[in-house]
Write a protein that binds this ligand. Structure first.
Ligand code: MCF
Ligand code: FE
Length: 405
């Protein structure tokens, strides 16, 4: 049992509060209580006291969407236009995933931990990261990716997916949860989608999908025109859209789904409480020209979470960098309010989407906590100032244990 003490505690949850003169009592992997130091010492006489002094204790981050297999990318992939980027990852993705991938993945995991991330949603294209992730202190939801638009190849692609997915299941543990990713509406044949979603439904698995990320994708789904036609000719002789946007979305009606990007979604009213939107601000800037409509997301009470995406479409996996980028992206929103909403999405929102019992400092939640340097400011601005000035955690607890990074 430990009593963690710091000048300030950000409780997290849906409406984060700043507590002073308080302690977090943790026992094994859970938060036992939040109370005053005096009370804590009286009640838990045998507990070890860790006094972090001029620090802030906050719930650790949940990064709901990352592609660690592409961590060796620095400047290989083409940015600025989605179709060009997609062409470049089809050409170079396999190479990037093999080229020094282990070293790059370990460095990427380290930069996640260093910035205060305790849990990730990993989108797995090849299954090359399973071992490294299972050995890491991170809590992992591993989304095995299914993909393939060619009808003739559907059976083969399904077999490939099933083989990958079975392997993933053998890693299942308290901190490693298998799940399924349908890559996107332009790349997953309806036969594959149906098979994958049946498994998800039967086993109550989480599903993630890239959805309406680019203008080209919207245009393709609307009338089969634009840049996707030429791109998809690489895979089928006479490519045609396999769904319209509503038809694709409707397949996930009863499934716990994270919809990633959603930059070209026009109606957020159709999202259900078991759906969420994953925001990847840097990735959206590098691969396109439009930002997610956060105003509409908030207006419709859609559950929001934050992902860095991979180094295949980002320059850093540091979660504070991602939050800072998101803060600067949505310049028309009130600065302080946006900072708090992003922090909520980065903690509570991510935990809700990935069904991890964290993202909040509350009795009964997992002891997944980060400790940061305090900043001198009004409490009403603390989250904003942390997003502006923080790069690293001083300490990170995952499941009540201190992580080395
Ligand atoms: O989220 C970004 C952009 N949208 C789509 N896919 C990916 C992203 N980052 C990596 N990817 C992967 C995807 O999982 O790139 C491949 C897939 O395996 C592209 S399709 C061959
Ligand atoms: Fe992605």
């Amino acid at each position: 049992m430990e009593i963690l003490k710091a000048k300030k505690i950000i409780t997290g949850g849906e409406n984060p509060k700043i507590l002073r003169n308080s302690c977090v009592v943790i026992e094994s992997d859970k938060i036992l209580e939040i109370t005053s130091e005096k009370e804590a010492q009286k009640e838990f006489k045998e507990a070890k006291i860790c006094d972090f002094g001029e620090s802030v204790i906050a719930p650790a981050f949940v990064n709901t969407h990352v592609h660690l297999e592409f961590s060796s990318n620095v400047s290989t992939l083409k940015y600025g236009d989605f179709i060009k980027w997609l062409g470049s990852i089809v050409d170079k993705g396999g190479e990037l995933a093999k080229m020094d991938a282990k070293k790059a993945m370990n460095e990427a995991i380290n930069s996640l931990l260093k910035s205060g991330v305790c849990a990730i949603g990993e989108i797995s294209s090849f299954g090359l990261e399973l071992e490294i992730l299972a050995a890491s202190p991170l809590k992992v939801v591993l989304f095995s990716e299914i993909l393939g638009s060619n009808e003739q190849m559907a059976q083969q692609n399904l077999q490939n997916f099933l083989a990958k997915f079975e392997k993933t299941k053998s890693y299942k543990s308290k901190n490693f949860t298998p799940a399924i990713s349908l890559h996107s509406p332009y790349s997953v044949h309806p036969k594959l989608a149906k098979a994958a979603l049946e498994i998800a439904k039967k086993d109550d698995l989480l599903v993630s999908t890239h959805f309406l990320e680019s203008k080209a994708e919207k245009q393709w789904l609307e009338d089969g025109s634009g840049g996707f036609k030429k791109h998809l000719l690489r895979f089928s002789q006479d490519p045609k859209p396999m769904y319209d946007a509503n038809g694709y979305f409707a397949m996930f009606r009863e499934i716990n789904t994270l919809f990633t990007h959603c930059v070209y979604v026009s109606d957020f009213a159709k999202f259900k409480p078991h759906h969420s939107v994953t925001h990847c601000a840097v990735s959206n800037r590098l691969l396109g020209k439009k930002a997610l409509n956060l105003k509409e997301i908030f207006k419709n009470n859609v559950s929001l979470n934050i992902g860095t995406d991979g180094l295949s479409s980002n320059i850093s996996l540091n979660f504070w960098h991602e939050l800072r980028a998101a803060l600067f992206t949505h310049a028309s929103l009130d600065l302080n309010e946006l900072a708090t909403r992003l922090f909520v999405a980065a903690t509570h929102g991510g935990a809700r989407a990935l069904r991890t019992n964290n993202g909040e400092i509350k009795a009964g939640r997992a002891a997944d906590l980060a400790v940061y340097n305090d900043l001198e400011c009004d409490d009403s601005e603390l989250i904003l100032q942390l997003i502006l000035h923080t790069n690293e955690a001083k300490k990170l607890y995952i499941g009540g244990k201190i992580c080395k990074f």
